[in-house]
Write a protein that binds this ligand. Structure first.
Ligand SMILES: [Zn+2]
Length: 210
């Protein structure tokens, strides 16, 4: 607790002062250029890895950077992630959507946990069911499953591609995407090297951002 409060003071005295004009300009409204969908993992800090300032990223983070598929209004979607996506596109009119996965993702690892463990955390279990198709795709490619490190790496990357697809189930995103009015960017962040790889949909592969 003490560390958090000390951080607040340090922010106000130093960082805020450094960007005081920016904060004053942002007083009344935000115009972020990018919706950033990332994992809640404490090691993946969107503003830090993209060198962004306040006002630039509209961020939604959840376990394993999952995008729930679109639901029709009568289906009562209560997902905070779906609401953030809708708001970012319809109200803020962002130009880019980033889906950022990362190495050593606990959420991606957890989709393989046995029921006896998952049943002790029912909300997490229910959430991870949204990534069930990721698991299916990975197991198709790696039926033996003896290389767990390979399975995790593949899961983290397949997950980004699947969530990219889920975004296109939102009719208002699909329309903009087809009209080249919005960019969707899949990113994979490697914690220990600081490298970010960007998904090239034409090649079906991730390439180092340069
Ligand atoms: Zn994660």
């Amino acid at each position: 607790m003490k560390g958090l409060v000390a951080g607040l003071v340090k922010f106000r005295m130093h960082d805020y002062e450094e960007h005081k004009n920016l904060f004053c300009r942002l007083k009344r409204r935000q115009e972020p250029h990018t919706l950033f969908i990332g994992c809640s993992d404490s090691r993946v800090v969107p503003e830090l890895i993209t060198k962004s300032l306040p006002g630039e990223l509209f961020v939604v983070r959840n376990i394993a950077n999952i995008v729930p598929k679109y639901k029709e209004p009568h289906e009562h979607d209560t997902s905070a992630t779906s609401a953030a996506i809708e708001y970012a596109i319809k109200v803020l009119k962002v130009k880019n959507i980033v889906i950022c996965g990362h190495s050593n993702c606990g959420g991606c690892h957890s989709i393989y946990l046995p029921d006896e463990i998952l049943n002790t955390m029912p909300a997490t279990k229910k959430w991870l069911e949204l990534a069930e198709n990721v698991k299916t795709r990975v197991l198709e490619q790696l039926p033996q499953q003896d290389d767990l490190e390979m399975r995790e790496w593949l899961t983290e990357q397949v997950n980004i591609v699947e969530q990219f697809r889920h975004l296109l189930t939102y009719p208002f995103i699909l329309e903009k995407y087809n009209n080249n009015e919005i960019n969707i960017i899949g990113m994979y962040f490697t914690i220990e090297t600081g490298e970010v790889f960007i998904y090239d949909s034409a090649k079906g592969a991730f390439e180092l951002a340069n």
